[in-house]
Design a protein around this ligand. Sequence first.
Ligand code: WQD
Length: 342
Amino acid sequence: MNSTVLVTGGTGYIGSHTAVELINEGYRVLIADNLSNSEPDVIDGIEKITGVRPGFEKLDLCDAPLLREYIDRNSDITAIVHFAASKSVGESVEKPLTYYRNNLVSLINILEEMQQRSLSNLVFSSSCTVYGQPDKLPVTESAPVKKASSPYGNTKKISEDIIEDCITANPSLKSVSLRYFNPIGAHPTAFIGELPSGVPDNLVPFITQTAAGLRSQLKVFGNDYNTPDGSCIRDYLHVTDLARAHVVAIKRLLENRNKKNYEVFNLGTGKGISVLEMIKTFEKVNSLKLNYTITGRRAGDTEQVWADTSLANRELGWKAESSLEEALVSAWKWEQYYRKNK
Ligand code: WQD
């Protein structure tokens, strides 16, 4: 039987898809989540897909004594994938202290528990927001980390620094930070997917909710950028491809194949797609017309960013396999399945 992996934030969007891929690889998965931005029936979805029900604990990682008691109770945990964090860029601008407290204290508590035990394998959920607007594209892991455009992005940058400093102080700790570009889509079964609370910030859930009639119209935030069609460019990758990268990272650490105790990898497709291209592709693959309009720019938006994925391709042997079309078909299927079954 493979090792036991703790997935914090495992009822969230990327966490739940990663739990599925870890179970498929034979790992025993435990999920700890405070359910502040996810629903408990995601556990049922994971079980429906894999036939295995992960362990689940409703837990606020900012509560150090509770976390300690939980880890004591699950002493067979050999690796942690840490997703648990608040992640709305806009909300973080309005509530910076909530974001700094939640995202940093939860990580610090995790690291403290790891240091107390011989628990030395950590995969961290980071983000391409640490690059800001890169000077050069595609952006590599050695690109300068810039002042984040939001407290959310800053918590990711600071978290990476905290992990690196802990490794310097305690070389038995090994960690891989995965810098996500733009995760989209849902598991092909449509049993799990993205569950934005309230009005979606992100493009794809707003597109699917508009197509489903939940939103009257999609606003395209600006078409006056210095890009071929004037709309912003991003690197959109299927969430299942992203989840698989976490399994590869966990294996790398558990089998001591990491080259350094702290490694960082970009996870993207290596291709940049504009907002207007996303809309056209969504309409084509799902045979529908989307109601959208062009409005002004959204504050804080990066004009264009996409990944150089050669390091992850070479070192992890990972690359995004799914097409944009597959991702957008899965997003639409999930929207139709989820709303129907709610
Ligand atoms: C993508 C593009 C918008 C909505 C953020 C976080 C990042 C990660 C993913 C957590 C932009 C445009 C969007 C809409 C639009 N989250 N857009 N109309 O901003 O690249 O990244 O989410 O890790 O950290 O920063 O993603 O989906 O919000 O926007 O025109 O209604 O779609 O302007 O160009 P973003 P997004």
